[in-house]
Design a protein around this ligand. Structure first.
Ligand SMILES: [Zn+2]
Length: 291
């Protein structure tokens, strides 16, 4: 098993925790989207978060989508995860070259800018759950912690990190989410805060060879951590020609007619995984005639 997440509880179930290693799936995402380092970091952090948030859902068809929209050069990040460890995502702009925040530190917050974080959970109900907060720093971990505290009334600590090597490959990617349940005791919160203030960054911990289990042990080992589940995670897109065809069917009749009049095959790309699908003029005519 390569990329995986774990979940656990501590302090008699008043704290729940998640930790993840996404090094391989983020490397894959960086390859298919041809991302510059700061985009790799921003997308990778969001993929790690999405994977952990996906695992919090219970239904087998549940889906969660995180959308970060900012006024920085990346523009947006979109990540969708299910509850089985399947994650996919894409950046608005893959080519972003901005100065480092400090030596060795990519400026994710600067590349995202000011804007919003939206979380949509499709839990199979009539209306999907929808929460939105203003970005706090654009560093993504801080923004998610804020989202949980404000929008879901669940005080949370979120650590996310991606280490991009000098050759632009992904050396480490992972993270953790620690959540306080409503019945958490004051002394547990105090102990947790002082522990979190003392730990290294996610990428430093991973550089030291720490696994997701080690990361949670470093944070919650003194609070009776019990690891309850381990799940594989992967970059997976469920697109196929039928789905892309369905999305073509939603474009305006006049635009579709224009493509047919051009008389050439068209190529449609899946945003999530960059797979391309070709449609002949005859296929376009068929989509039009099925309206
Ligand atoms: Zn796809």
């Amino acid at each position: 098993m390569n990329d995986y997440l774990i979940r656990g509880i501590a302090a008699n179930g008043t704290v729940r925790a998640f930790a993840i290693d996404t090094t391989e799936l983020v490397a894959h995402a960086a390859t298919i989207h041809e991302t510059y380092p700061v985009v790799t970091a921003a997308l990778g952090r969001t993929l790690s978060a999405g994977a952990m948030m996906g695992s919090m859902m219970k239904g087998k068809n549940d889906l969660i989508t995180l959308t970060i929209k900012g006024d920085g050069p990346i523009g947006s990040i979109t990540v969708t995860a299910d509850s089985h460890g399947n994650i996919k995502g894409f950046p608005g702009n893959n080519v972003v070259d901005i100065p480092l925040k400090r030596p060795g530190k990519l400026d994710v917050g600067g590349a995202i800018g000011n804007g919003t974080l939206t979380v949509v959970m499709d839990l199979g109900l009539a209306e999907p759950y929808n929460g939105m907060v203003e970005l706090q720093t654009g560093e993504i971990g801080d923004d998610l912690a804020y989202y949980y505290t404000v929008s879901e009334q669940t005080p949370s600590a979120v650590g996310l990190g991606v280490m991009v090597d000098t050759d632009w490959s992904v050396k480490h990617s992972g993270g953790f989410i620690i959540q306080m349940m409503p019945d958490v005791q004051e002394e547990t919160i105090a102990a947790l805060e002082s522990k979190l203030a003392g730990i290294s960054s996610v990428t430093d911990m991973m550089e030291d060879g720490m696994s997701p289990e080690d990361m949670l042990t470093a944070i919650l080992g003194d609070l009776g951590l019990e690891i309850t589940e381990k799940q594989e995670v992967r970059f997976y897109c469920n697109c196929d020609k039928d789905r892309v065809s369905a999305s073509l069917a939603t474009i305006q009749t006049s635009d579709l007619q224009e493509m047919i009049d051009d008389g050439e095959d068209i190529e449609v790309k899946c945003y999530f995984c960059n797979s391309t699908y070709n449609f002949s003029v005859d296929e376009l005519r068929e989509i039009l005639s099925n309206r």
